[in-house]
Ligand binder design. Sequence first.
Ligand code: CP
Ligand code: NVA
Length: 306
Amino acid sequence: MKHFLTINDFTKDELLEILDIAIEVKNETKEGKYIHRMKDKSLAMIFEKSSTRTRVSFEVGMTQLGGHALFLSSNDTQLGRGEPLQDTARVISSMVDMVMIRTYRQDDLNKFASFSKVPVINGLTDEFHPVQLMADYMTMIEFGKSNNPKVAYIGDGNNMAHSWLMLCSKLGFELRIATPKGYEVDRDILNIAKENAKLSGAKIITSNDPKEAVKNVDVVTTDTWASMGQENEKIKREKDFQGYEVDTNLMNLARKDAIFLHCLPAYRGQEVSDNVIESKQSVVFEEAQNRLHAQKGIMIWLDRQR
Ligand code: CP
Ligand code: NVA
């Protein structure tokens, strides 16, 4: 049995296999075919943080696969009242076929998985957002940006930056990360990515220079400056991130045919300007829709490993 906790747990071949399934089910869905590959199976979705895309895509994805998804907000379960994670994990996983969790600490997710009898999927932690990266790479494939791409990530060294590090270092492409001073990526995660890169041939460049980072890249991406749980740092971060907005000037330094990705929710006038997110180069809504298909790919793949 496999879990989907971080991209680092997968080989390049496994990641591409999952994406092949995702592309196949997307094509079927576009033709109106819903093949019930997970008929009568149940997915528990535990949310300790807010969500629009993750909730809708997992729930609809499971329905399209012939299964059922349960939305469990931690406020409404005994988890919110202090029932230990290991008890919750054993109880829930004895009744459902798969679990998705969105929480704060990756350690809590790992602990849940270690007590779970069924595959567990990371629906975002403070450290990683791996399901998002599968949708992002699927979007890159669709827009012809998967052949030795150069990707620039501009902004906070957060869960999205960490997940880009894992993806590039497994697949072997070039990633340039530009963060303000004091908001760099986690050193341990960077070291894991650098180790992976020795095998995959990936190139990783970190800096505090957004202009240099976007020069001639194929993909420009960013994320919110204040992630969930950092709401009280919003004002300080807005000051510290000056010069890191992906606006037309910055975008013009990338290749003419570069695409713009953003996991959403986006904050216009902060990490991205309105005219960039609304431009022809922006494929953020295709990217968001790919969450549905990429995650069906992940669930089908995990179900087959059992
Ligand atoms: N990108 C993403 O995970 O969005 P939600 O927070 O809306 O789920
Ligand atoms: N970095 C953001 C991503 C939201 C999908 C957060 O963790 O809030």
